[in-house]
Design a protein around this ligand. Sequence first.
Ligand code: NAP
Length: 328
Amino acid sequence: MRCYVIREENGTFERGVEDYEPQARDSDDLQVRVEYSGVNFKDALVGTPSSRVRRSPVLVGGVDGAGVVLNSNFPAIPAGTRVCVHGGEMGVARDGGFAPLVYAPSRWVSVLPANISTRDAMVIGTAGFTAMASVLALEHHGLEPGAEVLVTGATGGVGSLAVSLLHARHYQPVASTGSPQESAWLYERGATRVIGRDEIADRADRVLASERWAGAIDCVGGETLHHILRSLNYGAAVAASGLVASPDLNTNVYPFITRAVALLGVDAVETSKRTRTEVWRELGEVAGLIDFAGLIDSTISLEGLDDALETIRNGQTRGRIVVDPTAR
Ligand SMILES: NC(=O)c1ccc[n+]([C@@H]2O[C@H](COP(=O)([O-])OP(=O)(O)OC[C@H]3O[C@@H](n4cnc5c(N)ncnc54)[C@H](OP(=O)(O)O)[C@@H]3O)[C@@H](O)[C@H]2O)c1
């Protein structure tokens, strides 16, 4: 079948559409017909020569996919169930979602809420799962509706879903972006204010900045995360999931010891079954309030992936790129 395969063997790197049979790893793997996949920042890292993220010389790319179970040994997820598959080694160390078929252990498989189509599940995708996990992490820390919450990388996958989800849950998302031309689009997603990337740094000559944010969702890392920590309200938290600017964090302890702020790590890859279930349940709660069509950057075939991976690597997406693996 036609799959998007990444190969790095004998000093040669190739990626593209080819005839390939996705492989099960375990006899208990569920077999899922993939109706849609999505493009995530991690896919761009996997699809790069000498990638330190990819852990197989040959694999189908795609860290997520949504579709219908074809074969299953698990009574809780029988054949015919609509599911989303993401996380674990998918698209990183074994065949992923850029194919019409994927095999996965049950712990990577989430049953979709009735009101989320397989297409909308991939508008959400790993990015939107991460955004909702971030919202829930802040809520578990004490965030209350009505609060102003900063979202960085706002036009990206995690960022745009975070803005939409916060709006749907009655927060006031403040979208920080390096793409000011997309301000109107961010207001349509539910932002109450749009600010530039450089506006996050405040009173950089001081140890602490003014208290500005009741919470923050950050997928940028580096200096951005440092400045967020310095400007959180007393007792507030930032949910950190990404590193598009930098994996380094040079900061100091003052925000923690004088303002009791918290740095909450968010991971969508090895997250527990309990968290997966909670995140998809909460996504189902707000799905009717989300403009999924408005969040789509483009819908592409497998042939469009070369360009899509470059676009996302360069931080030039607006929302989510959805992949239809059977389209020509
Ligand atoms: N922890 C996890 O399990 C997990 C899960 C999903 C994603 N992630 C991580 O989250 C990050 C975002 O993923 P994504 O899928 O949302 O990527 P994405 O769609 O490419 O979005 C990233 C956004 O960040 C902004 N940006 C890009 N380069 C930047 C830079 N140098 N400095 C500041 N901002 C920059 C851009 O938005 P603006 O133009 O609006 O600023 C861009 O659209 C990635 O690091 C990814 O690996 C982690």
